[in-house]
Design a binder for this molecule. Structure first.
Ligand code: AMP
Length: 373
């Protein structure tokens, strides 16, 4: 088979891991990114240009077999313009739904997927009404451009409204009931070009400050019925969007059952463990799916714990001295709150993976607390 050419919008660490997964398959990635200094720069062809510049899109799309995105805030119009030049997978609709928290929640509801109660908030009086309807505590979130806990404020008391409004008011907002969850879970699914679906084991995810810190795969002590339900919810989304590629669905496991938090129509941080901990990584399966190739096995290889490196980097030699620890650095300059890399600890037994992860964790800076603004 000749070389396949895949275009990727965005050029961060997700793109970097896609490029790396492409090499052994004979898949060459080309990236388009507006700014300089992208993590993919040393690894693959990188074009600098705006996603919305037709000339940049022409250069980017020339000779591509298929295009995809690793960055969720690509303007939907840019993806549509790209789709006129080459096949784009997953399609623009998946990107659009995932970009607006309100549309996303309505979409989940239409598919019969339970979500925390929510109300749209368009003005200050609307916030009061939403609090009456949703109750407190609640989370006020921007509809668009929020990620990793950014654009979110927790409201505990009625007196918190004023400050929350000062921080986020003026934008399209959403008030969502605070879910006293037992834990957070994520299901990562892959859907191929012919509609075939496969799922990685459901993982437990732990966040602090709204940022993923750790994922444990498979999620410990997970009731098989909960796991089946998580897959069923993901499958409904895949089918409704005629999706191709990797999709992540983040969930709350709570007394009210399983509630959907959000989806990401791309490779996702909660499945980085698949690089060592699954037969086929999420990055390889995304490329396989969008290129119309058969999907690879999503079976876990033992048990994995993935730890994100946020803001600062630990000593490489000390990390690598821990058995089963796999270090991935993204080539980014350290900055507070920035994802700089991750470490996956893999072992045959869950208890051993946990124990080794604790040893790695002792080498990391403790996270800051609280959802950010
Ligand atoms: P998000 O960007 O919406 O995924 O939020 C980031 C993190 O904030 C989530 O993974 C949760 O840990 C927390 N969070 C967001 N929304 C809620 C909610 N309604 N109830 C409880 N925790 C939440």
């Amino acid at each position: 088979m000749s070389m396949l050419r895949v275009g990727v919008l965005g050029a961060g660490q997700l793109g970097r891991m896609l490029a790396l997964a492409g090499y052994p398959l004979g898949v060459a990635c080309r990236f388009l990114e507006p700014g300089p200094g992208a993590p993919v720069a040393p690894l693959a062809e990188l074009l600098e240009g705006s996603f919305e510049d037709p000339e940049a899109l022409d250069r980017f799309a020339a000779g591509l077999d298929v295009a995809t995105f690793e960055f969720e805030n690509v303007p939907a119009g840019a993806l549509q313009a790209l789709a006129e030049r080459c096949p784009v997978r997953p399609g623009p609709r998946a990107l659009e739904v995932g970009q607006d928290r309100l549309d996303e929640k309505c979409f989940f509801r239409e598919l019969g997927i339970p979500v925390p109660s929510f109300e749209a908030v368009d003005d200050r009086a609307g916030l009061e009404r939403a609090v009456d309807s949703v109750g407190l505590p609640a989370v006020l979130k921007t509809r668009r451009l929020g990620y990793d806990g950014k654009g979110q404020v927790v409201l505990r008391e009625i007196t918190d409204l004023e400050q929350a409004w000062r921080r986020l008011g003026g934008r399209g907002l959403l008030l969502e009931a605070w879910v006293p969850f037992h834990r957070e879970l994520a299901v990562i699914a892959a859907r191929g070009l012919r509609g075939e679906e496969t799922f990685y084991p459901v993982v437990e995810t732990e966040h602090s400050g709204g940022i993923l810190r750790r994922s444990t795969a498979p999620a410990p002590d997970l009731d098989p019925d909960i796991s089946a339900l998580a897959r069923d919810y993901a499958s409904r989304i895949l089918g409704a969007l005629d999706y191709v590629g990797i999709l992540a669905l983040e969930l709350f496991q709570s007394r009210e059952g399983l509630l959907a938090n959000e989806m990401a129509p791309r490779v996702h941080n909660s499945a980085h463990w698949t690089l060592e901990g699954a037969e086929t990584s999420q990055f390889e399966n995304h490329l396989r799916a969008i290129c119309g190739l058969p999907l690879g096995s999503t079976s876990p290889v033992g048990c994995s714990v993935m730890l994100n490196l946020i803001g600062t980097l630990p000593d490489t030699a000390r990390v690598l001295a821990v058995p089963g620890a796999h270090l991935h650095l993204y080539g980014k300059e350290p900055r507070p709150g920035r994802k700089l890399g991750h470490i996956t600890v893999r072992a045959d037994e869950a208890s051993r993976a946990r124990e080794l992860a604790e040893r790695v964790e002792a080498l990391l800076e403790p996270p800051d607390a609280g959802i950010g603004g």
